[in-house]
Ligand binder design. Structure first.
Ligand code: S3P
Length: 449
């Protein structure tokens, strides 16, 4: 770690074939939700396979601050002793959610149905991200929200004197917004309706149903989803098994495709159709990807994904596929840099408000490493040339997925690729470096990092 910058650079060097099997860490989305619903159920929920990354640990700390008992045993199983719907207690201090956008947006929904004030904040990345998308529907429900900067954190949330169950059409394709409204609605009497024009990940709906909430989803012929939830039902503790995170699996999958001679199996990856866009796209690009051992774990389909190095070709990724692979575009852009021809990614404006502006960060990092890239307000076009030059150092701007994407790139470029800071990787995939090294990836410390 550099004393002057507090950053910890890491270099990826051209590697020989990657081989072997790995199990990615638990799904981040499901892990956050399991802790939160556990905190609202009366009794003890157990969670196996929880992602122990910084983002999810921030949710564990937040649930403790709200009065739930959250513990981990020696075998890695977590338990949450919940307080019942509406039973959260007033936290003593400010809740600092670090880098975790999903965690804080969902927790603001939870806090919004309780009659005390909770103040939320986060790191430099999180306080720059838009929160108005969650404040708007919560305000319509009667929730009081104070934010000095309008639609950003820090913000103080206090539940309504008179809650208003609403019908809300989600204006951006966002599972976080949908989930914040559904979590608030749990504790309001009456029926709340969320209309989702474009389907997003459905883990909140599935898990709420499993815990016993009165929730129903109907899908119209044009694909529009209407989700209704009746407030006031008790939640019952569950035994949850968290499947492997497909957004983390994406990194070894793309690595195996672009490093010549590779043959890698990523075990126990979640195959939920609302998360499956990357595998579909890579397959269209000519990727040799086979899914074996499909099975159901904790109410979700999982499988083992076997990937062999492939010659990829550029494709146009349809805009309506974006929600099912929203976090995977950075690493898809890396795959596209090694493909023959143009890969067009359209309708991805949401990437500009993730942990960093991911369109800008990917365009800059790819260009610096010799790739022909064009970017627009909501698109990224990558013109691949088989094997990019590499050789540059890339800024990661507190964004774990930018950091990991460029580490994957450097395994197959002509010259190594360096990231300015590996620190952010711990938010979602603390074992990334060791797991990739176990497959044969050459990651080298820089400046003693
Ligand atoms: C998530 C939803 C997505 C995704 C995020 C996790 C979730 O965000 O980018 O990493 O768990 O609900 P949006 O809902 O803002 O698209």
């Amino acid at each position: 770690m550099s004393k002057e910058t507090g950053k910890n650079p890491l270099r990826a060097a051209p590697s020989g074939p990657l081989e072997g099997s790995i199990r990615p860490p638990g799904d981040k989305s499901i892990s956050h939700r399991a802790l939160m619903l556990g905190a609202l159920a009366l009794g003890e929920t157990s969670i196996e396979g929880l992602l122990e990354g910084e983002d999810v640990l921030a949710t564990a700390a937040a649930m403790r601050a709200f009065g739930a008992t959250v513990a981990r045993d020696d075998t890695g199983v977590w338990t949450v002793r919940g307080l019942g719907v509406g039973g959260l207690l007033e936290p003593e201090g400010v809740i600092d959610y670090g880098n975790a956008g999903t965690g804080v947006r969902l927790a603001m929904g939870l806090a919004g149905s309780h009659g005390f004030a909770t103040t939320f904040t986060g790191d430099h990345s999180l306080v720059g991200r838009p929160m108005g998308r969650v404040f708007d529907p919560l305000r319509r429900m009667g929730v009081q929200i104070l934010s000095r900067s309008g639609d950003r954190l820090p913000a103080t949330i206090k539940g309504p004197d008179v809650p208003v169950p609403i019908e809300y059409r989600v204006p951006v394709a966002s599972a976080q917004v949908k989930s914040a409204v559904l979590l608030a609605a749990l504790n309001f009497s009456g029926t709340t309706t969320v209309i989702e024009p474009v389907a997003t990940r459905d883990h909140t709906e599935r898990m709420l149903a499993a815990f016993g909430a009165a929730i129903e989803t109907t899908v119209a012929e044009d694909g529009v989803r209407t989700i209704t939830i009746d407030g006031g039902a008790d939640l019952h503790p569950q035994k949850i098994v968290v499947p492997g995170d497909p957004s983390s699996a994406a990194f070894p999958i793309v690595a195996a495709l672009i490093v010549e001679g590779s043959d890698v199996t990523v075990e126990n990856a979640l195959l939920n159709p609302t998360r499956a866009g990357l595998i579909e796209t890579l397959t269209e690009m000519g990727g040799d990807i086979a899914i074996d051992n499909r099975r159901t774990v904790g109410g979700e389909e999982v499988g083992d994904v076997r990937v062999r190095a492939s010659r990829l070709k550029g494709v146009a990724v349809p805009a309506d596929r974006a929600p099912s692979m929203i976090d995977e575009y950075p690493v898809l852009a890396v795959a596209a840099a090694f493909a023959e021809g143009e890969t067009r990614m359209e309708g991805i404006g949401e990437l500009r408000v993730k942990e960093s502006d991911r369109i800008a960060m990917m365009a800059a990092g790819l260009k610096a490493n010799g790739v022909d890239v064009e970017d627009g307000p909501d698109r990224l076009v990558v013109r691949g040339n088989g094997r990019p030059e590499g050789g540059a150092t890339v800024e990661t701007a507190l964004d774990h997925r930018i950091a990991m994407s460029f580490m994957i790139m450097g395994l197959a470029t002509r010259k190594p690729v360096t990231i300015d800071d590996q620190g952010p990787i711990a938010t979602s995939f603390p074992a990334f470096r060791d797991m990739m090294a176990g497959l044969g990836a050459r990651f080298e410390s820089v400046d003693g990092g």
